[in-house]
Structures are given as C-alpha cells and as structure tokens.
Write a protein that binds this ligand. Structure first.
Ligand code: GDP
Ligand code: MG
Length: 790
C-alpha cells in the first residue's frame, strides 16, 4: 500500500459535507491523542464516512463509519480531510499480506499455580455481560462506553480446573494516550495472563478487530469471542467464521453473552489454546510487509526479551515502550536503530509512522473481512443498521431536548408517587413495632434507646427504601438502553458552554444515584482538567442519600406540585454545578481544547436481569448502610440527646439541656440566618457522615418532644406540629426549602470525599469541603432572607 496523494481529486473537509453525504477519508490532520483516537475509531485512509445528523443544538455531529455511529464536534470534523466516495487513491487489496508465523518460547501455564484469563475488547462489546455469565458475578453492565473502570476478578471451573477470569475496562487500542488503554496494556504486560479472551462486537468487526491485531502482537494465546451474534444474525450480514479464523490465524467462536449461548464452547476453546501453548511455539501475527517485517526481526534480535508488540511500539517511537529499554545495556543502540528504521519506513510509505501502522492493521482486517463477510445486500450505503431507528425521535432536532426533560421529570415524579405506597406500608409496620415494643417493655433507658434512638433514627430513613429502588431502576433503564450516550450527544453543546464536555453528563446522571461511582465514572474523560471540574461539581448532583430529606420535607410542607418542587431542587443543584464549572474553567482550571469523540451504541432492550441486579445491589447497599453507619449514628445522636439526665424536666427541656442541645445552641447563631433552629443545625452536622443521617437525627431529636400517647405519629406530622418557644411553627415552606437547599449543596458525605481524594488528591478534597459548605450557606441565606421579605 503506497500512497499517491497527488491522485486524490480535490480533497475537502469532513465538516463541510452536508447531512446524508457519504465520503472517503483521506487523512486526519493534527497530531497527538486526538488524532490517534480518530484513527483507531476507524478514520483511516479509504474508510467511508456518512454524515448522519447534527445534534439539536447544531453541535456535535453524528457520523457513521464502519457501521458504527460516532459523534464529533464541528471543530474536530474540520481536522478530517475527505474526498469523493468513489475516488480511487489507495489500493486496499495490496495492504493484506496475511499472517506470519513467529517462534515464541512455550510456556508452562501453571507456572504460578493459577490459570488466568483476561477479557479484552472495545468499550461496550459485552465483556462484563460475559464475565457475569461465566462467573455468576453481578458486575454492572450498561449500554455505553466506560462502565467498567478498573479490573474485576472472578472464578470459574472447567474440566476440574479452576480458572481466574479478569474483566478489564474497554479500550479501542493499546496506545499510550488514555488512562484505560494504559491500564489494560500495563495489566497484560505485568500479569501475563495465560490467555486473552478477546471479545469483539460481531456487528462492528472492522473496528473491533483493530484491537485484535494489537493483541496478536503480544504473543499470548488468544481466542476471539464474536459477541452479539444475535444482532449480527438479525442484521442479515453473513460471516464465514471458519474462513475468518484461518485468515486471522486465531480461533473464533460465536457467542451471545447476555443469554449465555456459545459460552461453554468458548471456555472450552480457551482451555485448549492454553494447553497448546505449552508445546506450540508458533504464534500468528499480522504480516506488515517485507520492509517492516525485516525491521521487526532485526530490532527484535537486539532486545530478545521484548515481545513483538513492544518492538513495533519502539519503532513507532512510543514513549512507554522506549522506557522499557532503560535498564538494558544496548538501549542507546536500539534507539538509534529504531529511529533509523522509522525514517526508512516513513520515507518508503510517504506518511508518518503512526498512520502507516494503523493503515496496515486496518488493511489486514479489511482484507480478511472482504473475503469472509457478506453484508446484507438489501442495505444501501449509508443506511444505518437496525437498532438506531429510535434516534429519529430521541435525537430529533426539535424533540430531543423536551424529551430529555420529560424523561427526567418522569423519573422524579415516579420516584415520588409510586414510592409513596410501599413507603406507607413500611411506615405502618415500623410504627406498629414501635408501639408493640413501647407497650411490652418496661420503662427505662433501654426502651428509650430502642424506641427513640433506633426505631426513630433508622426507621425514619428506612421507609425511603422503595423510592431509592425506583430511582435506581430508572437510572438502570437509561443506562442499559443506550440513552445515556444520546443524552451526552444532545447536551454537549450546553456542556461545552460551561467549559465541560458532553461525556461529563454520564457521571452527572450517575451522581443522582450516588456520587462515589459517579466520581469513578469520570475516568472515561480523556482531558485531566475536564475530569477535575467534573469531579468537583458532581457533589452538586443530588444523590439518593439526600432524597429521604427532600421526600420528608416536601411531603410535609408542600401540598401541590410535589414532583416539580422535588425536581426544582435537582435543577438548582445542576445550576450551581454549571456556574461552578464556568468559573473554574475560566479561572484556575482553564482548558485548552476538549474533544468529543464518542460512540453512540445501537439501542438495546434493557434486560430485566440487569435492572434487577442493579436494584438489588443498591438496595443491599442501602440496607447495609442502615445497619451500620445510620444505626451507629442514631445511637450516638440519641445518647447525646439523652444525657446528662435531669430530674423532673419535660422531654423538651431535657433535650435542650443535653449534650446535643448544648452543641446545637453553640452552632445556632451560624444557622439561624438560614431560618434553621438548633435541631436542624445538629442534623446537618451529623449528616456530614452520610446524608441519610440528617433525617435519622431529626427522627431522634423530635421523638423526644412527643407525649407518650402520641408515639405513633410519623416524623412528618411531628415536624408539621413542631413549635418554637413563642408558639410559632418551626417549619413553613420557606424554612423547609431553605433547609433542602442546604442539604443539597453542603459537604458531600465522607465516602464521596474519599473518592475525590483518591481520584483528585487531598488538596482538592479540602477545597471541596470548604467550597461546598460555603456555597450552601450563601445560597440558603440569600433564599431565606429574600423569601422572608417577599
Ligand atoms: P462492556 O462495556 O464490554 O463490559 O459491555 P457490557 O457487558 O456492559 O454490555 C454492553 C451492552 O451490550 C449492554 O447493554 C448489554 O446488555 C448488551 N449485550 C451484551 N452482550 C450482548 C449480546 O450478546 N447480544 C446483545 N444483543 N446485547 C448484548
Ligand atoms: Mg464492562
């Protein structure tokens, strides 16, 4: 494959092409990470691209390349040079040289006593689904890239042997440009798994097999799982698996991960590959043509301990591969030889080394596919595959944003209304238990502890379990259907305005569930500053732990439009996050250039299994939190409110004079301007550990105020009737809203701070504590004072 750039009919930029046009890629301009990313996503010489649609706000744009859908910003599309789709300027057939066999030393798979198999593949090709199906694990699955951010291990048994299976984050290639890619590459290099199970999306072979060509070079036994086989069959494309296996020199088996079809055969084949590697010393590799093969041989002889992959990377001038040479005697010589080879190859191919190697790898894949894959003859060029038809509605220019808002509103409304029924049953159950214990136990400290401390505290939060489950059910639907990536596509323009990235939308949405996984999910953002801004603003996305407080206060003090009031709190959180992001990205976290290369997967039917797994694991976490943190906090709060005991005081006086009361009185001046009494001040203080504790503390503090015969009244009613010493009600809608604003914005919980510390460092964690609390105080103060005046 030699370039003859002069023969290209006038080239233009992809960005200038109208919707509906199909063109051919000539080259990607620029350099570095962005260019590399586009190349590996399939924007290589000769690839056909179709312009599908503009996002509702005109930017980004959705393109189809190699059958997959990718969104790029206009500024990025302007970096891609294209030409007519029929122009003949590069001869792909030439690029296919088949495979070469190289000698590798046989290894003893049981050398370290564990058999280890690693799952490697593109994002969203079904690795975790396969992992769950094989190991029985319940790891999170979602229909968008970046769900798995670190490795997960599980075990399976086969033929009397125990094998460890490792689920790795998805990656398009193994270059040095993004953290996941480095992670996977380092993992393979350092752990040397006994076999690699390469999962590919059978409906997207051209791009998925690009990664395969890189894995092949690593000289580790490999089996390819053609996942999503059900979708390939549905699309009408035909793949000759036997021929494809022969051409690539690798075993391939069809599987459908989410229902387990073909999985047994796949594991069997993997074990066979491992066993053979013990004797077999031949390994199949991509044949890069005489010149490069000669270079590989020559350089390989100079550093015999490095695999073919690393040697090729050294020729490519990859910094991490070069660093591996450092403790080698002849490092300098190798570097000189590699540089000389690089020049020779670049001169010969008239291109830069990165494109040459990428083109050759793609050439190899395409050559093989040209033989073995017969696309459905009924599908025209530029026509999308099944699974994308819902985009006509969901990313429609006029409807997309309204639909997004309605979906979010539905989520909150359903959480509120549907959750109210089971909540009532739990509430009644808890009240009944409280009464029963109250009447069965003799009066005394133990009874007070159980009824006021434990039932009042934990029970007050426990009742919101149904709502939490419903919220997570909705998030799981959004994740599993593929809508998440669309949401990012729709709002990218807005996010860009505030100095962020459409992809940040996904961690934000997850943040409505819980901030900790949301902070982890930012790992898919390539740019460090974007990531930092996203991490620091995630705590403003109201997590489910705050939901009990809102549900309690909204139900108690607002009679109409409860779903909307709830949503307004969430929207204010988003607004504060946006303002924060604007300020940060305009001042101390200025960023140069953000990219928006993102894949839009086909819509998939959310499976009941995934939704249940998700709800179940969240429900379990919630209950565990109740049984530990919330229980402990309730007991402590109760004890602080119970002691020291004074004879002959009313419960009200007793709690005012307790340790808790003294603490509360001390902080009262700070929170009084926000409309809070000392009980509320104490609640937000204890709620710093976990936000549910705000409610459990209120539960404990307000039980003390009721008379014995009122034992059964719910916390909601107690708040409604609570009065100040002067007889006025403590709460009214303004106070309640001010309180909700404070709960929304202040101090993220301990777990979230730990995650921030891990992902961004101690300095940013400290910043976050101060910043969020200051913002909360100011916002509540302004709201309360202004609302009082009106
Ligand atoms: P990962 O990112 O590679 O770990 O992929 P996941 O396991 O999270 O799966 C991505 C999406 O593909 C999810 O929506 C799965 O439900 C779906 N999926 C996984 N395997 C299959 C399959 O064999 N057929 C179909 N149709 N969908 C699948
Ligand atoms: Mg995964």
């Amino acid at each position: 494959m030699k370039n003859n750039n002069d023969m290209i009919s006038p080239a233009h930029l992809l960005d200038d092409e109208p919707v509906g046009m199909t063109v051919q890629v000539v080259r990607v301009m620029g350099d570095g990470a962005f260019r590399q990313r586009l190349l590996e996503m399939g924007f290589v010489r000769g690839a056909q691209v179709t312009v599908l649609k503009n996002a509702p706000l005109k930017d980004p744009v959705e393109y189809m390349i190699m059958g997959s859908h990718i969104s790029l910003r206009h500024s990025e599309a302007a970096q891609v040079e294209v030409t007519d789709k029929d122009a003949e300027f590069c001869d792909m057939e030439d690029a296919f040289n088949g495979i070469v066999e190289t000698e590798v030393a046989g290894v003893d798979p049981m050398a370290d006593n564990v058999l280890r198999v690693a799952l490697v593949g593109n994002p969203n090709c079904g690795k975790t689904s396969l992992f769950n199906s094989v190991t029985g694990a319940k790891e999170k699955v979602g229909n968008y890239g970046g769900v798995t951010v670190d490795s997960k291990e599980g075990w399976f048994n086969i033929g009397g042997r125990k094998v460890q299976l490792v689920d790795l984050p998805g990656t398009y290639s193994l270059t040095e440009y993004s953290p996941e890619e480095m992670y996977v590459r380092t993992y393979i290099r350092d752990n040397r798994p006994d076999a690699i199970l390469n999962i590919v999306d059978a409906g997207n072979l051209e791009r998925n097999l690009y990664l395969t060509t890189q894995i092949m070079d690593m000289n580790i036994p490999m089996v390819i799982a053609l996942n999503m086989w059900d979708e390939l069959e549905k699309s009408g494309d035909k793949l000759d698996i036997e021929m494809m296996s022969r051409l690539l020199g690798a075993r391939m088996l069809p599987v459908t991960a989410y229902n387990g079809h073909g999985v047994k055969e796949l594991l069997q084949a993997t074990m066979e590959a491992i066993d053979e590697s013990e004797q077999e010393t031949k390994h199949h590799n991509v044949n890069y043509g005489t010149l490069i093969e000669d270079c590989l041989k020559e350089l390989g002889a100079m550093c015999p301990q490095l695999d073919r992959y690393t040697v090729l990377k050294i020729i490519e001038n990859d910094q991490h591969a070069l660093a591996l040479l450092d403790d080698q005697e002849n490092a300098a010589q190798v570097k000189i030889a590699a540089a000389e080879m690089r020049q020779r190859i670049e001169r010969d191919y008239n291109d830069d080394i990165v494109s040459i190697i990428t083109d050759l790898k793609y050439g190899f894949v395409r050559g093989a596919l040209a033989e073995a894959l017969t696309p459905n003859p009924e599908r025209a060029t530029g026509e999308t595959k099944p699974g994308y038809s819902m985009d006509r509605l969901l990313t429609n220019r006029w409807l997309a944003l309204p639909i997004l808002l309605v979906l979010m509103w539905l989520m909150f409304e359903a959480t509120f209304t549907l959750g109210a029924y089971p909540q009532e049953w739990i509430e009644n159950g808890i009240a009944w238990i409280g009464q029963w214990i109250g009447s069965a136990m003799p009066d005394g400290i133990l009874k007070d502890l159980i009824v006021d401390g434990i039932i009042g505290g934990v029970g007050g939060v426990l009742v919101f379990l149904p709502q939490i489950l419903i919220l997570f059910f909705f998030i799981s639907l959004l994740e599993d259907s593929g809508y998440m990536a669309r949401a990012a596509f729709i709002v990218d323009r807005i996010m860009h305005r505030v100095g962020l990235h459409g992809k940040s939308f996904i961690p934000y949405l997850i943040g409505f569930g819980c901030g900790v996984p949301a902070i982890m999910a930012t790992r898919t953002l390539e740019n460090r500053r974007d990531r930092l801004v996203t991490i620091l603003t995630i705590p403003f996305m109201s997590c489910s732990a705050r939901l009990p407080a809102y549900l309690l206060l909204v139900a108690a003090f607002f009679t109409a439009k409860q779903g909307l009031i709830l949503m307004s709190i969430y929207l204010i959180g988003i607004l504060v996050a946006a303002l924060t992001a604007i300020v940060m990205s305009k001042t101390f976290l200025k960023h140069d250039k953000t990219q928006f290369v993102m894949e839009l997967p086909p819509y998939r039917k959310p499976t009941a299994r995934n939704a249940t797994i998700h709800m179940w694991s969240k429900g379990k976490q919630y209950l565990q939190k109740m049984a530990t943190v919330i229980l402990a906090a309730s007991i402590i709060v109760w004890a602080l409110g119970y002691f020291p005991r004074h004879e002959g005081q009313t419960p009200q006086e007793q709690i005012e004079n307790s340790y808790m009361g003294m603490m509360g009185k001390a902080i009262e001046p700070v929170v009084a301007p926000l409309g809070f009494n000392w009980q509320m001040g104490v609640s937000v203080l204890t709620g710093a550990a976990a936000k549910e504790i705000v409610v459990s503390t209120m539960g404990v503090l307000y039980t003390g105020e009721t008379d014995a015969d009122e034992e059964s009244t719910s916390l909601k009613e107690k708040l409604q009737t609570a009065t100040k010493p002067n007889g006025e009600h403590v709460f009214d809608p303004i106070v309640a809203y001010s309180f909700m604003l404070f709960i929304l914005l202040y101090f993220p919980c301990i777990a979230a701070l730990a995650a921030i510390k891990r992902e961004a460092g101690t300095k940013w964690m400290v910043f976050e504590i101060i910043y969020t609390t200051a913002v909360a105080w100011v916002v509540s103060f302004i709201f309360y004072q202004v609302a009082r005046l009106l």
